[in-house]
Design a protein around this ligand. Structure first.
Ligand code: SAM
Length: 248
């Protein structure tokens, strides 16, 4: 069997994305996608199978991005955090990274599960999380997949928020920005306002936001400006920023 390094696989993924953008999925692109899936399982010791469809390859946090993002989150966190909440989990790129980099914390992965498409996605997330749980026999289960809207999850789990790390990788095309005339960043800000900030009765210890690189002024967003200070910002590959906020 042929194995590739994670960086080689990532280069191939860029090729897949070009194929997808052009609306064609050739046999080669499908093969590259499989290599990407294999890269995750290699990263996690060759013992994990990772389920992900072609479109989701577009969204998920790649292993090499995780290697930049997660050490920064670990540096900004302290002994006081008791769980990690991956609010927009998709198939679990970040969920698995969180389980991998935070060896002691329970990880809650929240993904909508209300349409046939999102149902399939949630099923893949749940399978990926279960695979990872089984990799660590004899230890308490650490990964939990929740098929629900993040707003409901936050309202119903207030007691775990204060000492949590809340990780937010929201959809970047929330609605039709072109149709509304509102910039995509303002759409994302409004989406987070409705689905996350308004659901928080208690402020999480750490909030991590993965956003397009153009979102330079997030620390001025009213909720964050009122309760948080920017602790760090990392930019894997320069295409997006990951902002790490600590509660004041
Ligand atoms: C950008 S993707 C996240 C990718 C993920 N971080 C990864 O690395 O695999 C955003 C996900 O949020 C989900 N989503 C959108 N609105 C949601 C909501 N209100 N509650 C929970 N999940 C939601 C979408 O279905 C999509 O799978």
């Amino acid at each position: 069997m042929l194995f590739y390094s994670v960086s080689q696989v990532n280069a191939y993924v860029d090729e897949v994305l070009e194929h997808l953008a052009a609306g064609r999925m050739t046999g080669k692109a499908r093969y590259i996608h499989e290599q990407f899936v294999r890269a995750w399982s290699r990263m996690l010791g060759n013992r994990l199978t990772f389920e992900c469809d072609e479109e989701e390859t577009n969204y998920i946090t790649r292993p090499d991005d995780a290697a930049v993002i997660y050490p920064a989150i670990v540096r900004a966190s302290d002994e006081g955090q008791t769980c990690f909440i991956d609010a927009f989990a998709c198939v679990g790129g970040d969920t698995l990274a969180a389980m991998y980099y935070f060896r002691q914390l329970p990880v809650h992965a929240v993904q909508l599960n209300d349409t046939p498409a999102s149902e399939g996605r949630f099923a893949r997330l749940a399978a990926n999380v279960e695979h990872f749980n089984r990799m660590i026999p004899g230890r308490p289960k650490r990964g939990y997949a929740h098929g629900t809207d993040i707003h409901s999850f936050l309202c119903e789990n207030t007691e775990i928020l204060e000492r949590s790390i809340l990780y937010l990788d929201p959809p970047w095309t929330v609605d039709s920005a072109a149709a509304t005339g509102i910039s995509p960043l303002r759409e994302i800000a409004a989406f987070l306002d409705a689905h996350v900030w308004r659901a928080l009765r208690v402020c999480p210890g750490l909030i991590v936001l993965k956003l397009p690189a153009e979102a330079a002024d997030v620390q001025d967003w009213p909720f964050l400006a009122r309760h948080y200070s920017l602790a760090d910002r990392v930019s894997p590959r320069g295409r997006f920023h990951v902002h790490i906020f600590q509660r004041r």
